[in-house]
Design a protein around this ligand. Structure first.
Ligand code: C6P
Length: 418
């Protein structure tokens, strides 16, 4: 079996690891941490941790409000992050970058504003069986109220979407919206969102892409993809929790009513009614998550400093290696497409060992994975499974950590099947 020594890697992973303080601690008293739960949340480099610390020590104040030096500094840091995010995903304007708490809030915002204003009985929206609950439940809540229909694109045995069904519905149904994950958080499937968007637009439908599992891992250019909305979370891309992004095309955002009302999102308030602030502030009611957004800006700096193309190439190499090694383990089944079509995720079952038991035993070896339905219950129902174990990789994981996972799987089997 090949190891990292026989593969040319795009960067020195040891240099990357040096940037992440948490990776150098012992997980239990005597075993080092092997963090393979990156699809749930990523670790943070010192530059992000220190930026948040420095913000609170030197610049903390409310944004867009005070006429004093500290408020100016806080506003500059907050708006600076917006410029960085704009560049990172190549949005046309900083006005198209709305800060939210994360992907979940971004999708709910679209449902509650664009969806509430545009979806009626008789309309159809298309989601998929592989979606995270964040891209199913907000639409179900709205559909119960507004009476439109949700259709779910099935998943084929190879873990890809049945695109013929999707494109068929676009031809035959009154589809107003296609809302789809860029990368599945369980199967790792990379969906062809550019092609899906082109076809949806030809049919007159809008497109929302859930980029929670793509933006942290691959170069994303929202203008090339051309989706109308694109949602992602900072905490999965080496940024802090509490800050995420909704990208939306400017003309669509302009036409949308606000969602939450309060400070900063208004132009003028009278007792009779109110008018709205310009984009993006119309959608950022109340004091935002200033420090997390500042941290997100530094996370973007960090990822761009390495290069998303290099991160993607590294992850493809480690995912291929992990899939090859997992394939050696008898009784283990990995779900989803092959590595070339897959994000850095391996969800699997191992004989009839319960994934929770497996995750608990792996934890004693310092290995953190996730077990359960990963907030994708309909997908697990489709797979006829209650749960899977999931190892997910990021820019700092090593090939030796994959080897340690494989060794620990063999030992776990001995412990759990006695
Ligand atoms: N998936 C996982 O372990 P939030 O929680 O808002 O940051 O992200 C929600 C979300 C939306 N879409 C996809 C594809 C996701 O993977 C996630 C988060 C984590 O798989 C936590 S459940």
């Amino acid at each position: 079996m090949s190891t990292s020594e026989s593969i040319t890697l795009p960067y020195s992973v040891e240099a990357i690891r040096a940037d992440f303080p948490i990776l150098h601690q012992m997980h239990h008293d005597d075993v080092p941490l092997i963090y393979l739960d990156n699809a749930a949340s990523s670790q943070k480099p010192a530059i992000v941790i220190e930026a948040i610390d420095a913000y609170y020590r030197q610049s903390n104040a409310n944004v867009h409000r005070g006429i004093h030096k500290l408020s100016d500094a806080a506003t500059e840091a907050y708006e600076g992050a917006r410029l960085k995010v704009r560049k990172f995903i190549n949005a046309g304007s900083k006005r198209e970058i709305i800060f939210t708490r994360g992907t979940t809030e971004s999708i709910n915002l679209v449902a509650q504003t664009w969806g509430r204003a545009n979806l009626e009985p008789g309309d159809v929206i298309i989601s998929t069986v592989m979606e995270h609950h964040a891209n199913i439940v907000p639409w179900q809540i709205l559909a119960a109220e507004k009476g439109f229909t949700i259709r779910y694109v099935p998943v084929l045995p190879d873990g890809t979407l049945d695109l013929d069904v999707l494109y068929g519905w676009l031809r035959t149904e009154p589809v107003k919206l296609v809302t789809v994950a860029h990368v599945s958080n369980v199967l790792g499937t990379v969906n062809p969102v550019e092609e899906i968007t082109r076809r949806a637009h030809e049919a007159g439908a809008k497109v929302l892409v859930d980029g929670a599992q793509s933006v942290p891992h691959l170069p994303v250019d929202v203008q090339t993809i051309d989706a109308d909305f694109f949602a992602f979370s900072g905490h999965k891309m080496v940024g802090p929790t509490g800050a995420g992004v909704l990208y939306g095309k400017r003309d669509i955002l302009e036409a949308m009513p606000p969602w939450m009302g309060g400070g900063d999102m208004i132009a003028r308030v009278t007792l009779e009614g109110s008018t709205w602030n310009d984009l993006p502030y119309k959608f950022e009611a109340g004091t935002p998550a200033i420090a997390p957004v500042v941290g997100l800006g530094y996370a973007v700096d960090y990822l761009m400093g390495i290069g998303m193309d290099k991160i993607h190439a590294y992850e493809q190499a480690i995912t291929q290696y992990a899939l090859d090694r997992l394939a050696e383990v008898t009784g283990l089944t990995v779900y989803g497409p092959e590595a070339s079509q897959k994000g850095a995720v391996a969800a699997f079952t191992f004989q009839d060992i319960h994934p929770h038991d497996l995750a608990q035993v792996l934890d004693t070896f310092g290995i953190a994975i996730r077990a359960g339905h990963h907030c994708a219950m309909p997908l697990h129902t489709h797979l006829k499974l209650n749960a899977t174990a999931r190892a997910s990789f990021y820019l700092y994981n090593t090939f030796a950590e994959v080897d340690a996972l494989i060794d620990a799987l063999y030992i776990s089997r001995r412990k759990l099947t006695l």
